[in-house]
Design a protein around this ligand. Structure first.
Ligand SMILES: CC(C)c1onc(-c2c(Cl)cccc2Cl)c1COc1ccc(-c2ccc3c(C(=O)O)c[nH]c3c2)cc1
Length: 229
């Protein structure tokens, strides 16, 4: 049974998840009609930069996050940004893009200078996430849980992060039982996606290296969060 506190926590997380979105004028840029590799890379860089800002604002709304050690706050954001962006961009694939422009984001990602060896696992992940048909509560809670992962590199006070992550895991488990009563393993499957996300973070580091080898430039915010340049 979901307690009053757990209902309140879910409400705070879902409202923060809904409030912080990529501005429509940035998202609409996906629809413009240049499709060169260069153009796609620039567009995706702009989307990622905007998405990082959204993730930072969402994270600051997670109850207790701002009371963590400041260096740990940075370590959590740096360690989880790519995973949070995979989760968020996956939702874009699952919902219809405006005026039937489906698959635009996919097309630009496939043609942005990412080698096939990374494209395959990336889109396998997207397919597996879309296939879960996650509710908004599950998406928001799973994103918060990913950000509050205690064993990110350079996190000093693991316990303080665990204390924030555990209540999220408890309420996510109950939400999954309520919203997918016919799938008792649904919660376990969601957590399994977090394991797959870890491998994508590893691939992503190699994607960054290969982009840099071809002299691709990132924005200052991305350089800071991904320790490049
Ligand atoms: C620096 C660039 C080239 C990069 O490096 N790695 C990745 C990258 C890739 Cl290629 C895949 C996964 C994760 C990352 Cl970081 C990227 C591009 O990252 C993103 C991040 C996020 C969106 C994204 C989010 C939301 C929405 C949205 C809505 O909410 O309505 C509407 N349009 C959206 C677009 C797109 C691209």
């Amino acid at each position: 049974e979901i307690t009053k506190e757990q209902k309140a926590l879910t409400k705070v997380i879902v409202e923060a998840y809904n409030r912080h979105q990529i501005p429509q004028d940035v998202a609409k840029k996906l629809l413009q009609d240049q499709y060169s590799v260069e153009e796609n890379f620039l567009l995706l860089t702009e989307m990622a930069t905007s998405q990082v800002q959204v993730i930072v604002e969402f994270t600051k709304s997670i109850p207790g996050f701002l009371s963590l050690d400041h260096e740990d706050q940075i370590a959590l954001l740096k360690g989880s940004a790519v995973e949070a962006m995979f989760l968020r961009s996956a939702q874009v694939f699952s919902k219809k893009m405006p005026n039937g422009h489906n698959g635009i984001l996919e097309e630009r990602i496939r043609k942005s200078g990412i080698s096939e060896e990374f494209i395959t696992p990336m889109f396998n992940f997207y397919k597996s996430i879309i296939g879960l048909h996650m509710s908004l509560e599950e998406q928001a809670l799973l994103t918060a849980i990913t950000i509050l992962t205690p064993d990110r590199p350079y996190v000093k006070d693991h316990q303080a992060v665990e204390k924030l992550q555990e209540p999220m895991l408890d309420v996510l488990r109950k939400v999954c039982v309520l919203q997918h009563p016919q799938e008792p393993q649904y919660f376990a499957r969601l957590l399994g996606r977090l394991t797959e996300l870890r491998t994508l973070t590893h691939y992503h580091a190699e994607m960054l290296t290969s982009w840099r080898m071809n002299d691709h430039k990132f924005t200052p915010l991305l350089c800071e969060i991904w320790d490049v340049q």
